[in-house]
Design a protein around this ligand. Structure first.
Ligand code: F3S
Length: 512
């Protein structure tokens, strides 16, 4: 199950000389977070390009280089090391030559994109502080906290002047202020990654403030954010929510057929998801109840399968058949056929009204009985040879009961366990989840038996269970006083609908 991670991603942007790197380092240390030193990463790329003789003006060579470049920040006994293509380059990247090359290299689009991917990967689990010009706007637009740090031009000029003088450089204060002003202009006008304050960034003007004061101010916002997070619901999504193997396969086959320019139909809904059926309908794939009026075109057989007579009819009419019957259902059909041909009286354990069972039964001619439970076996006539097959969604317990009863009635028994565990696994996971949360949402078609069953098993353990088809049905009132909400979905629920549900909960979460 996926639980939201609560360590924060903190983005610090701002003009040069605002104190971003010092603050990012101090903040990361205080929070025991990782400071992703983006500047060091670009320096590492510059170093590697230099070592590999990659000319920054050779676009193709740069792109090739960026496909394989690997820059990481690793912790070695509390000290951050910069590792580039497996080599520790921490000390080699801080030379004046590398500084010059870095400013060229960091302006290259493939380099920025490669480093952005690496930075996002490093920050994906949270617990990171990053600083730069476009962290909150481009690299981490969804950062938990964004600061835009600035200070007056004079103040930043003075800070830079003190730094340069400290390094023994001969510069005047006026020149330094002019250089900072020029850098501001270049940074805000550059095509790639211009300096811009994110709309949701917290602006801090550090003019006249010492580092400690700024840090304290930032920590105040961080405490508040953490408190807000604590007060917010956790959303836990069941690992196996949504499409099972058979439904995924059938849906793919139907969408592939939909893009072919042919008259295409499905015999009954392809899966029990009105949204998928509607989408296919929009693409020209219509649902028909039977083949009576169909004289030509393509017919798609749904994942639950159809009766053997319908396949025969389609073949006689020379229709093109796309058989999307789930291979597990197909297996059950084949067992019924071979058992009845071998002279067994066939017992199918399942729901006689379910289309899958009706399809399976059709493969056994008149030698098939359907039973819903062990008790119903008592009504069957005496048989010498009994072959037993189960509807794929039956419980193992029920199959076992039927087998026990059959043992009392027939001489020879053959049992094929045709149960597919996709449903059982979803139900077990849903039960476990329902016990851990204060509210459960079960997503899927109202016509989907497995979603309804999923909802029932959850409702037995969690009274605040809601079966919904789409995110639009969610009522924010359901979450009053809820700390943890679980989400699961039936085997015929598309991922996009599950994602919309999770996003809607997050939206409500934020507005609470
Ligand atoms: Fe097939 Fe099992 Fe799904 S039988 S359709 S994989 S629930």
């Amino acid at each position: 199950m996926n639980e939201r991670e609560h360590r924060l991603v903190i983005a610090i942007d701002g003009p040069s000389g605002a104190g971003k790197s010092t603050l990012a380092a101090r903040l990361a240390k205080r929070l025991s977070y990782v400071q992703i030193d983006t500047g060091a990463m670009y320096r590492a790329v510059a170093f590697l390009m230099h070592s590999a003789c990659v000319d920054p003006d050779d676009t193709i060579a740069v792109e090739r280089f960026c496909e394989v470049v690997d820059v990481r920040l690793e912790d070695a006994n509390g000290v951050q090391r910069v590792v580039a293509n497996g080599q520790d380059v921490t000390s080699q990247i801080r030379t004046p030559e590398m500084s010059l090359l870095t400013s060229r290299v960091s302006a290259l689009k493939p380099v920025r994109e490669a480093m952005m991917r690496a930075q996002r990967a490093m920050g994906s689990a949270g617990g990171v502080v990053l600083e730069g010009r476009d962290i909150g706007t481009v690299v981490f637009p969804d950062a938990d906290l964004k600061f835009f740090l600035s200070a007056s031009l004079e103040e930043r000029g003075r800070r830079r002047y003190a730094e340069l003088i400290g390094k023994g450089e001969q510069v005047s204060l006026e020149e330094t202020i002019a250089a900072v002003a020029l850098r501001d202009e270049q940074d805000s006008k550059r095509d790639l990654a211009p300096l811009r304050q994110a709309d949701d960034a917290i602006a801090i003007d550090s003019s006249g403030m010492c580092i400690e004061d700024v840090l304290e101010k930032m920590e105040g916002y961080i405490r508040q954010k953490r408190q807000d997070r604590k007060n917010r619901m956790k959303v836990i999504l069941a690992k196996r929510a949504g499409f099972c193997f058979g439904v995924k396969r059938a849906t793919q086959m139907a969408f592939e057929a939909a893009v072919m320019d042919k008259k295409t139909y499905t015999l009954g809904p392809i899966i029990h998801s009105p949204q998928v059926v509607n989408k296919l309908e929009e693409m020209g794939v219509r649902v028909i109840k039977d083949l009576e009026t169909m004289e030509s075109g393509t017919i798609i057989i749904r994942s639950h399968g159809v009766a053997s007579e319908e396949i025969t009819e389609a073949m006689e009419k020379n229709l093109e058949i796309i058989d999307a019957t789930c291979p597990f259902v197909k297996k059950a059909q084949e067992h019924v056929k071979s058992l009845s041909e071998a002279g067994y009286g066939v017992v199918v354990v399942g729901d006689a009204d379910h289309p899958e069972v009706q399809g399976i039964v059709s493969y056994g001619g008149d030698k098939v009985d359907v039973v819903g439970s062990g008790d119903e076996v008592k009504k069957l006539p005496k048989m010498n040879k009994i072959g037993i097959v189960a509807q794929t969604t039956q419980s193992f317990e029920n199959l076992k009961n039927v087998v026990s009863e059959c043992l009392l009635r027939g001489g020879e028994i053959r049992v094929f366990n045709t149960i597919c565990d996709a449903t059982a696994v979803r139900q077990e996971e849903a039960k476990e989840l329902a016990c851990q949360v204060d509210c459960m949402l079960v997503v899927g078609g109202y016509n989907s038996a497995n979603t309804r069953r999923l909802s029932e098993v959850c409702a037995e353990l969690q009274t605040r269970t809601h079966h919904i088809e789409t995110a639009a049905e969610i009522d924010p009132v359901w979450f009053d006083g809820v700390e943890r909400v679980g989400v699961t979905a039936g085997a015929s629920t598309p991922k996009c609908i599950i994602d919309e549900v999770v996003s809607r909960i997050e939206e409500i979460n934020k507005s609470h």
